[in-house]
Design a protein around this ligand. Sequence first.
Ligand SMILES: [Zn+2]
Ligand SMILES: [Zn+2]
Length: 397
Amino acid sequence: MTGPELSRAMPAGRAELSLAVPAGDSEPGGGIEPAAAPVTVRALVARGSGAELRVERVRLPAPGPGEVRVTIRAAGVCHSDLSMVNGTIAARFPLVLGHEATGVIAETGPGSSLAVGTPVVLNWAPACRACWWCRRGEPWLCADTTAPTVPRGETDDGVPLHLTLGLGALAEAVVVPERAVIPVPAGLPPERAALLGCAVLTGVGAVRNTARVAPGESVAVVGLGGVGLAVLTAARRAGATTILAIDVAEAKRELALAAGATDFLLSDDRLSKEVRARTEGRGVDHAFECVGRAATIRAAWRLTRRGGAVIVVGMGAKDDMVSLGALDIFHSARTLRSSVYGSSDPDREVPALAAELSDGVLDLRVLVSGTISLDEAPMAFDRLARGEGARWVVTLS
Ligand SMILES: [Zn+2]
Ligand SMILES: [Zn+2]
């Protein structure tokens, strides 16, 4: 749909992107090997917090040792991208947005073990496999954390550029360390495969790994964006029998029921009563907070039964303080914990989810509101800010 330069030039799986270096320009010193050149691609760029989003041409470096360039085929617009531009997360600008994507390896740097043409899903939290957390089997807590914005490349007018979560995936291509890509089978629908890298891994992982929802249990999901809908789908597949979907927007009702909810409830002052009426007066076994706000974390807390668990899946602001009574914490015996990237090992679980998607057992169609071009991506941010729809996915090439 977009990126004619990119799609025009993919013979034999190797993209010939328009070169930022004029023809004939050679590396100083005239090495024996021809110097790999940076590439210019179109990308969705925020120039500042609250600034209008624009598709701009940006220069990405050639893949260095252990790096790859990936031609993006589809990239979702996630709430965390919105948080980068609305001030919720402290970001550096100019910033390429996007961190949930699938594509094909177009070029490999020296020493890369991956082959050009390999379909991949991007991983915004690649694990080092050497730190204390990685060695104890908790790679989602890797000490080598990805910063919200990572400096890389430059704008077409020469300003140093930053990439969202080290990826900047709302672009025709990315250049990333090879541990930030996960090979997946060919032939997956790109607009659904892209979601495996954030919303689905996070939502499914929160249910399977963090909460370990068991058959017959009750679940509430607060906030029905892409992640919340993925939690509903996973809760249904885990065998939960009471699955309460909660949002401020009545328009989410149909989406929620299609995703697997047994009931939809509006988030208003009757909410606790409505939830208790559906759980024999107790509250739910697991409440998933998929917004990232103190108010909704408190709401999820109140919906949970004594001894139940509140799982914070949404990423909130550092100055948004949650207040809970000391006696309430003791007496309710609830567990409050977060689910970072679905408490998952993406290198193992993304291929497993890809296989479920390929076999048709993981149905993600309800998560995709529609596919749009890169030029239409700012519209998706506006709709996300208004809480409309599920996931808008940019498709390219
Ligand atoms: Zn995301
Ligand atoms: Zn690590």
